[in-house]
Design a binder for this molecule. Structure first.
Ligand SMILES: [Zn+2]
Length: 364
């Protein structure tokens, strides 16, 4: 049986219904993959995502590498044990976080302690937690994800955001040219029984326009990749440009393989991405919004939504749940007034309660 079964295609768009078979159960797509990395979700535990029917979690390789470390996780029996999660785990390569959170020094080869240095060998950076120098390479990224015991892993690609401009992106792409092949070579060293149950996704950079994008796809779309992961979406691209660019990119891919779009939190863009052919979406937005006191609730037309801001002092008198139709723990037990008072007092319980609600909004 093929690990990715397309069940139905939409006649008016590239959207499709499919089932991704993993060794830890099926994932029906399109699907939103909630984040399972606790340091990014506040105080929501991985296993709590089962309440909303999540079949798979997305985790950050960089965060689990820096704390507690891939070797520690391996010794503990893998990330499924550590997170107490028996369904599928998808991990990223770590490159997306490095590119988005820190400024790459691509033009100036002299490294500054707080900066990222990109070389042919890999990405060097200084850890924010213990201030030691760390190096992430295509080989170490794959090996760490294998040590975690992830069900789907990604090849390392360092993708500067689109705002960095074509010159820097082009330079990064030249430096990373042999990374996809090196990642696949590392994967090929894993025991057969591990390779048989692990999906390898080729990472593609969304910020690469035109020829750059073509080159990136050519480099990554070699035999051996089970699917694609598009990263570097950012929030700055307008909806029309986002749709045009994603459609053009997907048009060059093998459509028999699953396509994941990472870092996409805008609900309207998620629907656009599914229309363009995306099968899996992941984003930190449910938790990032919660940390800012922001809740999302369905409203109006199908696909319509509203944003509730707890920072608005008027919320402290609203004796209504965030969303009457939701049914999450937060909506069953708290009015907006309770949550707004917690937020106003700096009681961080609001973060957990809003996180639980927001993630249900993304996994309806
Ligand atoms: Zn709710």
């Amino acid at each position: 049986m093929n690990f990715f079964e397309i069940k139905k295609k939409d006649s008016k768009s590239r959207a499709r219904l499919a089932v991704l078979h993993t060794s830890r159960g099926d994932v029906e797509t399109p699907a939103f993959l909630p984040c399972g990395t606790k340091s990014l979700t506040g105080v929501v535990y991985a296993k709590e995502h089962k309440f909303w029917g999540a079949r798979a979690l997305q985790v950050s390789t960089l965060h689990h590498w820096l704390d507690p470390g891939d070797q520690t996780i391996k010794k503990a029996g893998g990330l499924h044990k550590v997170l107490d999660w028996d369904r599928a785990i998808f991990s990223d390569s770590g490159g997306g976080f490095l590119a988005e959170k820190l400024v790459p020094r691509l033009v100036d080869p002299r490294m500054r302690v707080s900066d990222v240095l990109l070389t042919e060998e890999g990405v060097t950076f200084r850890s924010g937690s213990d201030r030691t120098l760390k190096k992430l390479t295509p080989e170490s990224s794959v090996q760490m994800q294998l040590n975690f015991g992830s069900d789907a892993i990604q090849t390392l690609l360092f993708v500067p955001p689109a705002s960095k401009g074509d010159k820097q992106i082009s330079k990064a792409l030249r430096i990373c040219a042999d990374w996809p092949a090196r990642a696949r070579q590392q994967f090929a060293k894993a025991p057969l029984e591990v390779r048989k149950k692990t999906l390898l996704f080729a990472t593609l950079g969304f910020s690469f326009g035109g020829k750059l994008s073509e080159n990136s796809i050519r480099a990554n779309d070699a035999p051996g990749a089970d699917g694609y992961a598009v990263c570097g979406i950012g929030q700055a691209v307008a909806k029309s440009e986002f749709s045009r660019r994603l459609r053009a990119m997907i048009g060059r891919l093998d459509r028999s393989k699953p396509l994941q779009v990472s870092g996409l939190g805008d609900p309207k863009k998620i629907i656009l991405a599914i229309d363009c052919g995306a099968d899996l979406i992941d984003s930190l937005t449910p938790y990032a919004s919660a940390s800012l006191g922001r809740a999302l609730a369905f409203a109006g037309q199908p696909g319509g939504y509203r944003v509730i801001e707890l920072s608005d002092a008027r919320m402290q008198t609203v004796q209504e749940p965030l969303d009457r139709s939701c049914g999450c723990f937060t909506c069953l037990n708290h009015f907006q007034a309770d949550l707004a008072v917690m937020f106003g007092k700096g009681d961080e319980t609001y973060w957990r309660l809003l996180g639980l609600h927001n993630v249900k909004f993304y996994c309806p």
